[in-house]
Write a protein that binds this ligand. Structure first.
Ligand code: ITT
Length: 219
């Protein structure tokens, strides 16, 4: 049984739509480290959640990246939703930007305490923060990442799966989904106008879940 680590019921609904009864919710508010990278946040959370529950865990960290705002709110999406609200983000974009292109990103971080090839692999300069958080590191010999096993106080390896969907911010429409869904339009339809299956077919989370499911089936 896989623990989907989230306080957000909307995420669980979408994960279940994809992974079925294989997942149960682990309603745990893991420490969100200050990082510009969703992968680093998710990896840190996965390791912490695994230590807490001692069972395989999957952490889901997501965010809205508005191109005209240099990716803001990005990793701060949750804080911005709680403080400004989704409609204010739309009003701000509408008044300040000519181009309202945006993307949703989702990173799933898996940890079960056993060794495997951690992400990223190979490590490049931009990935160093993620590498530190996932337990992947460069070897002297070929620069490729190697997994770090849980023994000897080494961090448990974490595997990352990323999904991105590109769309556009629009005035709020629809009452499905959650979070920024009403203001995010993909191919003429906001994500709040889609049901969970339709959203998963095109969404950042659906794409990350698809990659995870393929890997997990082999594991
Ligand atoms: P957990 O951390 O407990 O999983 P959360 O809702 O805080 O729950 P995130 O930090 O990943 O999750 O989400 C960042 C923000 O992005 C938050 O405001 C969410 O509502 C929003 N968000 C995440 N996925 C989304 C999606 O698929 N559609 C719309 N908004 C989403």
């Amino acid at each position: 049984m896989l623990r989907y680590v989230t306080t957000n019921d909307g995420k669980l609904t979408e994960a279940r739509e994809y992974l079925g009864d294989e997942v149960t919710q682990f309603d745990y508010d893991y420490t969100e480290i200050q990082a510009d990278d969703l992968g680093a946040v998710a990896a840190h959370g996965a390791r912490e959640a695994y230590r807490r529950v001692d069972r395989p865990v999957l952490v889901d960290d997501a965010g809205l990246f508005v191109a005209g705002f240099d990716g803001f709110p990005g990793p701060y999406s949750s804080f911005v939703e709680d403080t400004l609200g989704v409609e204010a983000v739309w009003r701000l974009a509408d008044s300040e930007l000519d181009d309202c292109r945006a993307s949703f990103r989702c990173v799933l971080a898996y940890c079960d305490g056993d060794p495997f090839d951690a992400s990223p692999d190979p490590v490049d300069r931009a990935d160093r923060a993620v590498a530190a958080a996932t337990g992947a590191r460069e070897t002297e010999s070929d620069g490729r990442a190697e997994s770090v096993e849980g023994a000897n106080n080494e961090p448990d390896p974490v595997k990352l799966f990323t999904g991105i969907v590109r769309g556009e911010l629009v005035a709020p429409r629809g009452d499905g989904g959650f979070g920024y869904d009403p203001i995010f339009e993909y191919d003429g339809t906001t994500m709040a106008e889609m049901d969970a299956a339709e959203k998963n077919a095109v969404s950042h989370r659906g794409r990350a879940l698809e990659k995870f499911a393929e890997w997990y089936a082999q594991r």
